[in-house]
Design a protein around this ligand. Sequence first.
Ligand SMILES: [Zn+2]
Length: 303
Amino acid sequence: MTILGCGAALPLPGRNPTAQVVNVHEKQFLLDCGEGTQIALRHARVRMMRIDHIAISHLHGDHYLGLPGLISTFNLLGRTRALHVYGPPKLQEVLALHQEVGEGRLDFPLHFHPTQTEKRAVLFEDKSVVLESFPVRHRIPTTGFLLREKPKEPGVKREWVRDHDLVPSEILALKRGEDVVRPNGEAIPFSKACHPVPDARSYAFAADTKYWTAVAEFVQGVDVLYHEATFDDGMKARAEKTYHTTASQAAKVARDAGVGQLVIGHVSARYDSPSLHLDQARAIFPNVVAASDGQVIPVQAHL
Ligand SMILES: [Zn+2]
């Protein structure tokens, strides 16, 4: 996961508004697209034409105003492959208006998929990954997103195929995780005949939200959770009023969800650094880092 923008509503040098890109087996998922995302993608050397999925959490400007520009650039660069955009229904109108007033025509198919904020939903799925949305609590309808890698099919070791003359039906059984027992009683144990399968990983982005205990259920057990911590604990009342979260509230969500690592971001422009937030969060959930623009955060299985 690469942080393209870790800032809150007010863009600052080195603190772009929200955007991040997650690389899952060379499939790039862009989560939110604040102003400056295009340039941040170039700084991060992400192959932006490989972004086929863009998910927008909500329609506050600091989370989507980079999208019309990015779509325009895709067109300018001669994109032909389809682009899938997931977001609140009104985003489709916003994008259509940009096309209409510029009398432009996209040379690539843009498929819009409206999100809904009542319950969790699968937005995209293929053989290696699932993209889900889950509701959060902000001033306007907002969703977080969860990317879950699917478990890889185990590979059968070549020497076992050769030395034991495994037949296709036996290989398929092993790939399903089954032990094989032959008619003559010979056992081919899955654990010995197959390569170990790496644990599937998961990443959740909780967007902008007030402290809401249900978020911990939606992101239960993920390996890395990005949660906003707009305010420090001294500004709890303001966080509540503006539908944002404090540092220790974000840490509580991480703790209650049993995540591997917490990344806090969206720190208000009133703070020069996130050090106070980090101290407050760490007291509740030790494995926490503060996001910074350009930072690459590896997602590793933790359970
Ligand atoms: Zn925001």
